[in-house]
Design a protein around this ligand. Structure first.
Ligand code: PLP
Length: 433
């Protein structure tokens, strides 16, 4: 690729195609749009489904057209490229995927990435500079904490956090302190937090951000992997960017790794430029698989959510269970208030605290016959794992205790199997404890 394009990293975009977004004034729902939005069969020999475009580069119609695309790519002419240029920038499968990803949160623009972590890394590198202070909610997914604390820390980036359930006053206190330490480039949230399931009051974060930074507000980005894109729409509550590990519910079959960021066009554009430079875009095959997954996203998530509600009701009553950390059981207090204001469903990932410790947790996990013993979440199949001994093994004991990651904790992600079969499985595994 010519250096010019690499340096500017600007965006090749295809021209929008005619697309049916409403009928008789009725705006079509995401589940309908997932079948065809962003894809024009006439551009692919009439194929009902988009082919997988395995190509590293795109042929220009003429030298004049190539020059015109590059004028758009390099910013010499406004509006971006009128055609595809090179596959590190974009491709048909990725563009269709991005059009559809944006639909769920009614976002202006969207980007796809090679993993959730490459999405988060590209996002952070777009906004932070040495000396900056990233304000974030805590805890974050462990690799995100490592990235902010240890990796960006090597380049002089500082951070300050507030607990996920913090009040508006507590959030304001932390943001004010951060403002005194340096430039705040980004407010980064995760809700529900992994692994505590604690919710962040996005509306309060937005009010504090707007009042403390009236002239140059730092963007609010939020990891929406656990409840998005069906049950939590943070852009409606004041976030500017919503971040996803598409590996989880969006991919939904535990057979791919990918990430996404959706939000305001003015913020997506610089992230796209960083992605163009770094090369963190998803590949065409994964983008195609995600298109297939998105067609059933609402079906899968709805069924998983209904299953989880039934399984949690069963577990809560069981004599060998100490407690169940499930959002659907929130009834009073600040978390319940945030839940009612922000979420439309409780998800299908929860914490199960057994009576006892590691021995009981392991006996339970080793006895499961339907649920698989594996980390991750959001797939069609039910998964169970032991955070203290697996995903959070290297977390210091004091922090584990503070986060409620005790030896008797089992994390469960419910899938789309038959709910009664799952209950029978959990019942027999509890009997084995
Ligand atoms: N964010 C959250 C909340 C996660 O749970 C994960 C992975 O488990 C990630 C981000 C990272 O996603 P990926 O594994 O796709 O890089």
């Amino acid at each position: 690729m010519p250096d010019e394009a690499d340096l500017t990293g600007a965006t090749p975009r295809r021209r929008p195609k005619p697309d049916v977004l409403e009928i008789g004034g009725r705006r079509l729902k995401p589940s309908t749009l997932m079948m065809g939005h962003g894809y024009d069969p006439a551009l692919s020999e009439g194929a009902l489904k988009p082919p997988i475009f395995l190509t590293s580069t795109f042929v220009f119609e003429s030298a004049e057209a190539g020059k015109r695309h590059f004028e758009g790519v390099t910013g010499k002419r406004a509006g971006g490229a009128e055609g595809l240029v090179y596959s590190r920038f974009n491709g048909p499968n990725q563009e269709i995927l991005e059009d559809r990803l944006g639909v769920w949160e009614d976002a202006e623009d969207a980007l796809s990435f090679s993993s959730g972590m490459s999405a988060i890394t590209t996002l952070l590198l777009t906004f932070v500079q040495p000396g900056d202070v990233v304000v974030h909610s805590g805890p974050l997914y462990a690799a995100t904490e490592t990235l902010i604390g240890r990796i960006l820390g090597r380049f002089g980036v500082q951070w300050l956090d507030f607990p996920a359930g913090a009040t508006e006053e507590e959030i304001a206190e932390v943001m004010e302190r951060a403002k005194g330490m340096g430039r705040v480039p980004l407010v980064y949230l995760e809700s529900p937090a992994n692994p505590t399931n604690q919710l962040v009051d996005v509306q309060a974060v937005r009010r504090v951000r707007d009042s403390l930074f009236p002239d140059d507000p730092p963007p609010i980005a939020i990891d929406n992997t656990f409840l998005g894109p069906l049950w939590h729409h943070p852009l409606r509550h004041g976030a500017d960017l919503s971040v996803y590990s598409l590996t989880k519910y969006a991919g939904g079959h535990s057979d791919l790794v990918a990430g996404g960021v959706v939000g305001a066009e003015a913020l997506i554009t610089p992230i796209r430029m960083m992605r163009n430079t770094m090369g963190t875009i998803t590949d065409p095959n994964t983008a195609w698989m995600l298109l297939r997954s998105l067609e059933t996203l609402e079906l899968r998530m709805t069924r998983a959510g209904e299953n989880a509600a039934r399984v949690c009701e069963f577990l809560r009553e069981h004599s060998k269970v100490e407690s169940v950390g499930y959002l659907g059981f929130l009834s009073e207090g600040r978390q319940a208030d945030i839940y009612r204001r922000h979420c439309t469903g409780a998800g299908s990932t929860f914490s199960l605290y057994l009576k006892g410790g590691e021995r009981e947790a392991f006996a339970f996990l080793d006895s499961l016959k339907i649920a698989h013993l594996a980390v991750s979440l959001g797939g069609t199949e039910t998964l169970a794992s032991h955070p203290a001994g697996m995903t959070h093994l290297s977390v210091p004991d004091a922090r584990k205790q503070a986060l409620g990651i005790t030896d008797n904790l089992v994390r469960i992600s419910i899938g789309v199997e038959d709910a009664d079969d799952l209950i029978a499985d959990f019942d027999q595994a509890l009997q084995a404890v």
